[in-house]
Design a protein around this ligand. Structure first.
Ligand code: SAH
Ligand code: TYD
Length: 395
C-alpha cells in the first residue's frame, strides 16, 4: 500500500483455494498458489506475497454462510444496535461483505435504510430473499461512486471479516471517499495481528485473508487516503479481532485506545514474526506426531469444522484421510464434498455421534465455546478434543 519493501517471514507452501470444496468424483487438476507472508518494512502491513484472483474465491457457490454460527448471529445483532446508536437519527448504513445478511437483516427489521455489497451471489440471494437490500458487486471505487450518485452518501460504512480479504485497498479507500458522508465513520473488524501472533494462529493465513492488520498499519494506510484511525476496540470473536473506526482526517479526535495500542505494537518486529514462523513449524511437527501416534494406537479421530482456515493447516501439515478420515460440518452445501488439496470427506454433524470418535480435531477452534456446549455428550462419553491453538494439546 505504501510502495515499501515486503520482507517475507513465513512460507506455508503450495495451497489450494481454501474454500474450493469439490465432489469426491472430481479428480481434475486443482489450482494451487504459493502461500507466503511478509511484512512491509516501511508501513508494517502484514500481507500475502501472492494474490489469488478474486473471482476464483468469491463466486456464486461461495460456501461460507455467516449465520452458520449461533454465537456470531447474536454477535451481529448486537453490532447492528451499536452501529445505529453510534450515528445520527434516520441514518443510511452500508455494509461491505454482507454475506447472507446476518447483520443487515437486523437493520432491515428495524426499518433502517441500508445497503450491502456482496459479490458472492449465492449468499447474497439468501439475504435478498429476506428483504435485505444487497448489491451483488465488489466494493471498490466504481461501484461505490455509483451508489453515492444514486442513493446519496452513507453515515456509517461497516465491514466484518472482509476488508482483510481485499488486496486493492487503494480503490476501496477512493470508494470510501466518494460514499462516506463528511462526518461519517468507517468501521471494520478483522483478525488482529497481535492475537494471531500470541496464539500462533497461523491458519488465519489463507488466500482470502490477504492482510493481517494492526492499529499501526491501519493508521498508516488511512493517512495516505485522507482518513484517520480514531478508535480501536478489541472484539472477542474469531480468535481475537480489532474493530477499527476511521473518520476523515481532522473530523474526530483519536481516542487514547488508539495511542495505547500503537505504542504496544512497537514491540512487534520482523524478529517477532520470524519467531512466529518457527513456532508454526513446531506446531506442525507436534500435530503430525500426535495424529500419527493416535493412529498407531488404533484411536479414532474425526475433524470438526471444514473451515477455510483448515485448508492452510491440512495442506501445510499434509494431513489427509489417512490421519483424519472425515470432517463433520453443519454447512449443508459442504457435506458430501471433499476438502481442497487434502481430499478429506465432509459429513453432516450426525456422523459425529454415530459412533463418537475417541478424538476430535477442532478445526473450528474459533467457535470452541459454542461447539463444546453443543457436543457435551462427546465429552461425557470420554471423547477428547484435540486442538493446536495456541499449541498442540488435548482437552
Ligand atoms: N461479514 C460476514 C462475512 C465475512 S466473509 C461475516 O463477518 O461473517 C467475507 C465476505 O466478503 C464474503 O461473503 C465475500 O463474498 C465478500 N467480499 C469479498 N470481497 C469483497 C468486496 N470487494 N466487496 C464486498 N464484499 C466482498
Ligand atoms: P469459521 O471458522 O467461522 O470460518 P472460516 O471458514 O472462515 O475459517 O467456519 C466455521 C465452520 O465450522 C463452518 O463451516 C461451519 C462449521 N461449524 C459447525 O460445523 N458447527 C458449529 O457448531 C459451528 C459454530 C460451526
Amino acid at each position: 500500500m505504501c510502495g515499501g519493501q515486503v520482507e517475507e517471514f513465513l512460507d506455508l507452501g503450495p495451497q489450494p483455494i481454501s474454500q474450493a470444496f469439490r465432489t469426491p468424483e472430481d479428480t481434475t487438476q486443482e489450482f494451487f498458489y504459493h502461500l507466503r507472508t511478509g511484512m512491509c518494512t516501511t508501513c508494517t502491513l502484514v500481507q500475502l506475497v501472492e494474490e489469488v484472483p478474486r473471482h476464483m474465491m468469491f463466486r456464486e457457490d461461495y460456501p461460507f454462510a455467516s449465520s452458520g454460527s449461533r454465537y456470531m448471529t447474536d454477535y451481529f445483532a448486537e453490532v447492528a444496535g451499536e452501529l445505529v446508536a453510534s450515528t445520527i437519527p434516520d441514518p443510511f448504513i452500508v455494509e461491505i461483505g454482507s454475506n447472507d445478511g446476518v447483520m443487515l437483516r437486523c437493520l432491515e427489521q428495524a426499518g433502517i435504510r441500508h445497503l450491502g455489497f456482496e459479490p458472492s451471489t449465492g449468499v447474497a440471494k439468501v439475504a435478498q430473499d429476506e428483504g435485505v437490500r444487497v448489491l451483488t458487486e465488489f466494493f471498490e471505487e466504481t461501484s461505490a461512486r455509483v451508489v453515492a450518485a444514486t442513493e446519496g452518501q452513507a453515515d456509517v460504512i461497516y465491514a466484518a471479516n472482509t476488508i482483510c480479504h481485499i488486496p486493492y485497498l487503494d480503490s476501496v479507500f477512493r470508494g470510501l471517499d466518494a460514499l462516506l458522508a463528511p462526518h461519517g465513520v468507517f468501521m471494520f473488524e478483522d483478525p488482529y495481528l497481535g492475537d494471531v501472533i500470541d496464539k500462533t494462529a497461523f491458519d488465519q493465513i489463507y488466500d482470502e485473508h490477504f492482510y493481517l492488520f494492526s492499529a499501526r498499519s491501519v493508521s498508516e494506510i488511512a493517512r495516505r487516503f485522507g482518513f484517520e484511525l480514531v478508535d480501536v476496540r478489541h472484539r472477542p470473536v474469531h480468535g481475537g479481532e480489532v474493530r477499527y473506526t476511521l473518520a476523515r482526517t481532522g473530523t474526530r479526535e483519536p481516542s487514547d485506545a488508539v495511542h495505547a495500542l500503537i505504542a504496544e505494537e512497537q514491540k512487534t518486529t520482523l524478529a517477532t514474526l520470524t519467531g512466529f514462523a518457527d513456532k508454526t513449524a513446531a506446531i506442525r511437527d507436534a500435530l503430525v506426531a500426535e495424529l500419527s501416534e493416535l493412529r498407531r494406537q488404533g484411536k479414532t479421530v474425526v475433524g470438526y469444522g471444514a473451515t477455510a482456515k483448515s485448508a492452510t493447516l491440512l495442506n501445510y501439515c499434509r494431513i489427509g484421510p489417512d490421519l483424519v478420515p472425515y470432517i463433520c460440518d453443519s454447512t449443508v452445501t459442504k457435506q458430501g464434498l471433499v476438502t481442497p488439496g487434502t481430499r478429506i470427506p465432509i459429513r453432516p454433524p450426525a456422523a459425529f455421534t454415530d459412533p463418537y470418535p475417541d478424538y476430535a480435531l477442532l478445526l473450528a477452534w474459533n467457535h470452541a465455546e459454542e461447539i463444546r456446549v453443543k457436543e457435551l455428550d462427546f465429552r461425557r462419553q470420554g471423547g477428547r478434543w484435540l486442538t493446536y491453538v495456541p499449541d498442540v494439546h488435548t482437552v
